[in-house]
Ligand binder design. Sequence first.
Ligand SMILES: *[C@@H]1O[C@H](CO)[C@@H](O)[C@H](O)[C@H]1NC(C)=O
Length: 200
Amino acid sequence: MEATVGLLFLLIGVSYGVETFCDARQDGAQCLGTWGGTVFVKLMDQASGAPRIDWMKGATSILRWRNNAIVTNTIMSRSEFIPNNGTFRINNLRNSDSGKYTLKLFDLEGKEKETRNLQLSIEGQSPLRVGAISALVFYSILLLVCVIIICVQSKKQKCKEKLNADLTYVDVRVMQQQGRKSVKQNMEEEVEYSQIKTAG
Ligand SMILES: *[C@@H]1O[C@H](CO)[C@@H](O)[C@H](O)[C@H]1NC(C)=O
């Protein structure tokens, strides 16, 4: 049982950790991200020395850089701007991150020096994630079949209880997979579930 749970965590972890890179130092860059994954967008070689940088998504300001410091990052909770290599990293990508982004660079006099657009597209579910869900369903069925075989062979009342417990466990896992949740939430729920299981 522990091995199965460990394997599931491994699969879920792999399916969430998809990272993509995008070089947006040229106007009109096309960037791809994976739902739930991370995208590294290289906006410029480095930010230090640039007096003013604005990065917008449509009309919404995402990043504002003034005099070698980040003044605003409106999606700070799941992103980071790395000034050393001019890279903007966005984690936990969602469909609403798709769209046109505009970078504006200004010179020392405050005049607009350069404007660059990029298109970010977020792909639905990663093939890895789909693979992980398929594996989860496969192992759940395998687990059930094993339990049923053991039950038929030993015909003990105790087995029936175990089967019920496993069915509930599988239900919870599949439901968690269907809801689109972060690894953290999954972990928390797993912990809560374990606690209930131990208590009950
Ligand atoms: C920029 O630096 C960060 C942190 O050191 C690193 O994780 C990232 O891969 C770098 N990105 C590029 C495009 O070099």
